[in-house]
Structures are given as C-alpha cells and as structure tokens.
Design a binder for this molecule. Structure first.
Ligand SMILES: Cc1cc2nc3c(=O)[nH]c(=O)nc-3n(C[C@H](O)[C@H](O)[C@H](O)COP(=O)(O)O)c2cc1C
Ligand code: SF4
Length: 458
C-alpha cells in the first residue's frame, strides 16, 4: 500500500464530512458545539430577541443560485434554479396548494454509498439543510424518503429529528421566527426505481412506485399534485455550509461550472476504499493515491465514474477531471461519483452481466423497452459467458440498447445501456474471447443466476 503524498492529502476538502471523525457527531449537543444550527439561526434571524431579522426566502434561493450548487443525486441540475421553479407567491402556497420538500435518501445506484454514511454520522446537517430549504421554498411539510433496507439510517434520522423537535428547530414557530415545519422520515420498501423522483413521490403517497409522465413536473405537480422540490441528501446537506460560508467561498472550491466539494465513494480493487471529499474536478489518479493505490497484483483496467448507470472509463482516463463537464467530454457522466475500480483480473463481460441482472430485477415493468430489453440482455450475456454465444449476439446487445436509450419511460432504462455499450466499445475482444472459444466459459452451462460459476477464472 502506498501512502498519499502531501500534495494528494491537500486535495482533501472536508466540508460535509468535517464532523465525521468527531465522536458522537450524530448527537445534537455535539452537532451544536461544532457550528450546528448556526446557519439556521442566520437564515431565520435567531428569533426576535436577537434583533436580527430573518433572511428573505427569495434571497436564500438567490444565494443557492449564486453558489452554483448542482444536484448531487446524479443529474447535476442547478439546485437554486430548481427551487426557483416553485411558484413563490407570498401566501406560502400556489393556488391554495401547500409546498413540499422531499429529500431523496433512497441511494440505490450500484456503488453509491455516500448518503448513508452522511445520515449515520451527521444527520443533523441534513435536517438543518432541510429546514432552511423548506423555509426558502415556503414549505411547511418536509419528508426524508429513506431506502427500505437502511433501517439503521432511518432509526438514526428519527432520533435526530426527535432531538431537533425538542430543541425547537422543528415544529411551530421555529426559533421564534414564526416559521412552522413538520419533518417526517419515511422508509421505502427497497426498490431502486423509488429513487427516481416521480416514482418516489408515488411511493410516498402510498402507491406502487412507478415513474410518472412528465410534464407536469414536480415543481408544479409533485407530492399530492402540489409544488414539490425533490433533492438528494448531499445536495440538501450542502445548504447550511453555503448559508454560513457564502456563495463566493463555495465557489472557491471546484470549477467554474462545477463548483463546491463532492463526496467521492471509492470502492473496488483499491487499498483503502471509502468516502473522499474533494473539490469537484479531482482526477482518478489523485483519488487512487488517496485510496492507497491499487491492491497488490492488480492493474487498473476499467472504472465507473458515478455508478453503473454511467459509461465505463479505462486507464486512459486517469487524468480527466471528475466534474460534470470533464466526464461529459469523456463520453460519460459524473452521476453519483460512485467510483468503482476494476482491475485486469475482473472480467468486464461478467461485470456487465451482473449489472444487467440488477437492472432487469429492478425494472418496474411499466414500459416495454426496459422490461423486455433488460430481460433479453441478461439471456444474451449469460449465453456468451456460458460459451454458447455468437457474433450476432453482440449486434443483438447493441440493437437492444439502441431501442432502450432515449426510448424508455425513465432514466433507469437509459442507464442500463451504459455498461453494455461502453464495455463493448472498450472491451469487445473480451466478448470475442468467449464467443470464439479462446476463454473457457465462466458460467455453468445451465446457470440461471450470476453466481453459478463454471470455474475460478474471470
Ligand atoms: C432509477 C433511478 C434511481 C435514482 N435514484 C436516486 C437516489 O437513490 N437518490 C437520489 O438522490 N437521486 C436518485 N435519482 C435521481 C432523482 O430522480 C432526482 O434526479 C434527484 O433526486 C434530484 O436531486 P438533486 O437535484 O439534488 O440531484 C434516481 C434516478 C433514477 C432514474
Ligand atoms: S424505463 Fe424501466 S424502470 Fe423506467 S418506467 Fe420503464 S420499465 Fe419502469
């Protein structure tokens, strides 16, 4: 294992993660001691006793616009602009409808593991961000939708929400400002599609989680057909820091179009997998150094920049900036910054097969290209790995992707094409090795699940 150089260590930018190593950082007393709820006091004016008035909600929206904060849930949509889409009439509602804030804590994208540690170690930063965001968009009800399997995170959040109510940060007349907010933690039932914002809203309303047709968009017709902002955990947890530090300070990190710090989740064949918070624009080479380098005997062969829905990159892309523009320029996406590192010992065909099994399993079934396409891609990939594939199978895979990308009802279908098209682009010979018999079959002849391996080689 290599130790990071001082230059690499200087790349670490602990903002959202700054409390993670403090003992009991999830407790409200520790959080308050470490600047916690100072941003809320600033936003709400600290109550009438301080003589400092509240910041106007529109000014908070402008501040977030000025900071350049972009959504951390995958698509990178500008957060301030999203908040600004909510019809902001002075009565606190549009056409008599309430406004809602929904925090997306579903975190289901393969490889993504940043929101859960954030909620486990520093839940109050998310709660504080949710209160400020709700105040800015004039919402009196907010929800945190937590992935069903993350029982531990939901429990920790509920405890923290209880602490915040008792301390007067939630409920009626928060800090004497006249602002009221009810915050509810809701557990899903464990479905990747419920991370898609409109499926999430259906699930939150008690229906089966399936994407809605857009338009209308959640900004006008979201939860209970009312104006709703849906934001990722990391996005909302960034808000208190922007309120305290200001837009200029936030912009001093990262790049012009991708400002601020970002939590990169590094996993796979590295010596120290984990969360590394760095300014947007760091490269994989620098991240690898922070993560202790590749494991002994492993050479980098391919990697995902932001989960399995983002096209694979290779060792050629070690120095491309990991920001929205850099990744787009390399033909992929920043996604959730789930950097999964694979080596020369990890078969890209097998990895693709495992990912497509996931998409086929998680497809909600609403539209034909995704429901059928993923099912058939699993069959074809399995056939190839069983040594029974043909050259036409590669065309069939690409043709299926062609019928999926841009033709599916939601982005789950688009994302499923990423591992297939990018692995064929960079590693076609690996497919041909199975098809032309140069490599022994990896899957047993009658395998019907990804774990039924024919041998040890991959
Ligand atoms: C299949 C699918 C799963 C998604 N899962 C998540 C998720 O777990 N968390 C998340 O924040 N966004 C997820 N998204 C993106 C959301 O639809 C939405 O764009 C995001 O929550 C917006 O928040 P942001 O603007 O703060 O990034 C998913 C999208 C798709 C298509
Ligand atoms: S693309 Fe897949 S997940 Fe999305 S609506 Fe269609 S079937 Fe459902």
């Amino acid at each position: 294992m290599t130790s990071p150089s001082p230059e690499a260590l200087a790349k670490l930018t602990p903002v959202l993660t700054k409390r993670w190593l403090s003992p009991n950082a999830w407790r409200i007393d520790v959080y308050e001691r470490l600047d916690g709820y100072a941003a809320l006091r600033k936003a709400l004016g600290g109550g009438t006793s301080t003589g400092v008035g509240p910041v106007h909600p529109d000014d908070l929206i402008q501040l977030v616009k000025d900071s350049g904060l972009r959504g951390r849930g995958g698509a990178g949509f500008p957060t301030g602009m999203k908040w600004g889409f909510i019809p902001q009439d002075s009565g606190g509602g549009s056409a008599g409808k309430p406004h809602y804030l929904v925090v997306n804590a579903d975190e289901g994208e393969p490889g993504t593991c940043k929101d859960l540690p954030l909620m486990m170690t520093d839940p109050h930063s998310l709660i504080e961000g949710a209160i400020i965001a709700s105040y800015a968009i004039r919402a009196k009800h907010a929800f945190i939708y937590v992935r069903g399997e993350a029982v531990h995170a939901a429990r920790r959040l509920r405890n923290a929400v209880g602490e915040a109510y008792r301390a007067g940060y939630l409920g009626r007349n928060i800090l004497g400002s006249g602002f009221d907010l009810e915050l509810m933690v809701h557990s899903g039932a464990g479905a990747y599609i419920c991370g898609e914002e409109t499926a999430l809203l259906d699930s939150l309303e008690g229906y089966r989680g399936q994407p809605r047709l857009r338009p209308p968009f959640p900004a006008t017709h979201g939860l209970y057909a009312s104006p709703t902002v849906v934001n990722n955990v990391e996005t909302i947890a960034s808000v208190p820091y922007i309120v305290l530090g200001g837009a200029k300070w936030w912009r001093s990190m990262g790049t012009d179009k991708s400002p601020g710090p970002k939590i990169y989740s590094v996993s796979g064949r590295v010596n120290r997998p984990g969360q590394y918070e760095c300014a947007l624009g760091i490269t994989l080479r620098q991240l690898l150094e922070l993560a202790g380098g590749m494991q002994d005997g492993h050479q980098l062969r391919y990697w995902t920049p932001g989960g399995s829905s983002t096209p694979l990159l290779t060792a050629e892309h070690l120095d491309v900036p990991l920001d929205f523009e850099g990744m787009a320029g390399a033909g992929t996406m920043l996604g959730t910054t789930a950097v999964q590192v694979f080596s020369d010992q990890d078969c890209p065909v097998y990895a693709t097969y495992r990912w497509i099994e996931f998409y086929a399993h998680e497809s909600c079934g609403k539209c034909t290209p995704c429901r059928e396409g993923n099912f058939w891609m699993v069959q074809v990939l399995r056939r190839i790995l069983q040594g029974k594939g043909s050259h036409e199978d590669l065309d069939t895979l690409l043709d299926t992707c062609d019928n999926l990308l841009g033709r599916a009802f939601c982005a789950l279908g688009d994302g499923a094409t990423s591992p297939v098209t990018s692995s064929i682009k960079y590693f076609k010979d690996d497919y041909l090795d199975y098809i032309e018999g140069r490599k022994p079959p990896l899957l047993a002849p009658d395998a019907s699940s990804p774990t039924e391996l024919a041998g040890a080689h991959r």
